[in-house]
Design a protein around this ligand. Structure first.
Ligand code: F0G
Length: 461
């Protein structure tokens, strides 16, 4: 028997509790979609069969995490669970100070308000919606310094999350280091399709920023997935554990914002982690205004306990191999069906290239939004737009931002769906592809002022 026969991985767990899901009829879905204004964010989850809207807060907790909930110490101040969480953050990520927040954007708000002054510039490896908005609301301007490959869905470069050091140097030369409070580095880069940054590149970013005294603030929302890709693809890391690589990443940065709803597999929660005592002091002062006391920051004691356990689980090699393996299974299947997807397949989802899928539609009729609506109609699979709607408007000119990437994201929650669910999803996408010519695009009929993708409404053209 050739050894290549043994290629499959399997999940390092078995299922002990199930939650039924229901298939609706096409007529029911048509009605639900119309009521939702053709925005998958506005659908009721009861009307959804397989929910690939996001991997945020939708993962399955382990029996240990559920047991942790029972150990919640709901004291207003100094909860024992806070200290467990602080210990986990120090042990696994290496950051000294922890400020819990209700979720990632709570941490983004605090760090932006503390570090950014009006007129400042924040370079980063591609924007994220909430991150950029908090930078802007604090008076700053985001500047994209990611490598060009990240904007090209066809480029198979393995580390599309890398920073273009020339671009970063240009931003420093143009604005001066004193106007750059920090460089924002995400592991992995969500909007690029879940693409990792390499340690070699991060080290160079560290060297460059250190020369100018510029901080690095790390969006560590999916750092375990990034570490896994480094282990798989970067020279010299095959023998290191995901936990070791994660620590190496964190050690190259000055602080981090975390949406614990992703990697760490809790339904709600996040934090700001810092190494500088003075900054921590300021953050502790701010968290009580917006989130809660500095030992809970908007989280229940039980949720902090589940998070402390989830952090350890998220860094286990067999867990992350199965997690990313499932995403790649779906990606490979879609690729075999001829569906245009962002390459290489990312770590938290598969991103369909809506421009290539619907070449007859211009970005003004929201092709990715239209495709997400169509996939829902076909099979009850809920996906999300990551294109011109998500990119919002330019705050100076009021025009749409037209991103190069016009994507539909099929995001996979952790430990929730089976391979059979992935098969059903892939077959649905393939059948929509076969009939793509009838998809006409959408017109926006209601547009919220901030983060419009969450609540905008559309009508079919
Ligand atoms: N940073 C990244 C890279 C994210 O993906 C998210 C959330 C946040 C920050 C904000 O964290 O939601 O806890 O406030 N991403 C979700 C998603 C919403 O679906 O990709 P949050």
């Amino acid at each position: 028997m050739p050894h290549t026969i043994k290629q499959s991985w399997a999940e390092p767990y078995k299922i002990k509790m199930v939650e039924p899901v229901f298939i609706t009829t096409r007529e029911e879905r048509e009605q639900a979609l119309q009521q939702a204004g053709y925005n998958t964010f506005l659908l009721r989850s009861e009307d959804v069969y397989i929910d690939l809207l996001t991997d945020s807060g939708t993962s399955a907790m382990s029996d240990r995490q559920w047991a942790g909930l029972m150990l919640g110490d709901e004291a207003y101040a100094g909860s024992r669970n806070f200290y467990h969480l602080e210990e986990a953050v120090r042990k696994y990520y290496g950051y000294r100070y922890l400020v819990p927040t209700h979720q990632g954007r709570g941490a983004e708000h605090i760090i932006s308000q503390i570090l950014i002054k009006k007129g400042d510039v924040i370079p980063g490896n591609m924007y994220f919606t909430t991150t950029r908005l908090h930078q802007e609301l604090a008076g700053g301007k985001f500047v994209d310094v990611i490598i060009d490959e990240a904007h090209d869905p066809e480029s198979t470069y393995p580390f599309k999350g890398d920073v273009d050091l020339d671009k970063l140097q240009q931003v420093i030369d143009m604005y001066g280091a004193e106007r750059i409070p920090y460089v924002a580095i995400a592991t992995t880069v969500n909007m690029a399709g879940g693409q990792p940054i390499s340690l070699a590149n991060l080290r160079q970013v560290r060297e460059l920023t250190a020369r100018y005294g510029i901080k690095i603030i790390h969006d560590m929302t999916r750092v375990a997935e990034n570490a896994f890709m480094i282990q798989q693809k970067e020279e010299g890391y095959a023998a290191k554990s995901v936990a070791e690589i994660t620590r190496e990443i964190c050690d190259l940065t000055d602080g981090a914002t975390m949406s614990a709803k992703k990697d760490a597999m809790v339904n709600i929660g996040g934090f700001l982690a810092l190494n500088d005592a003075d900054l921590y002091d300021e953050a502790r002062n701010m968290v009580v205004i917006y989130e809660g006391l500095h030992t809970y920051g908007g989280m229940a004691g039980r949720d902090m306990e589940a998070l402390a356990i989830g952090i350890a689980e998220s860094l286990q090699d067999d867990h992350i191999r199965a997690r990313v393996g499932q995403v790649h299974y779906l990606g490979n299947k879609l690729h075999e069906y001829g569906v245009p997807i962002v390459k290489p397949v990312g770590t938290h989802g598969v991103f369909i290239d809506a421009r290539a899928f619907l070449p007859h539609l211009s970005q003004d009729v929201f092709p990715a939004q239209a495709l997400a609506a169509e996939l829902y109609l076909d099979s009850g699979v809920r996906t999300m737009e990551r294109g011109v709607v998500s990119a919002g408007r330019n705050r100076e000119t009021g025009e749409h931002n037209y991103p190069k990437l016009e994507l539909v994201r099929l995001t996979i929650p952790r430990r929730v769906y089976t391979q059979a669910h992935m098969d059903v999803v892939a077959e649905s996408v393939a059948s929509v592809l076969a009939e793509r010519d009838r998809i006409k695009g959408l017109k926006m009929v209601y547009e919220p002022k901030y983060l419009r993708f969450f609540q905008a409404r559309f009508e079919p053209l």
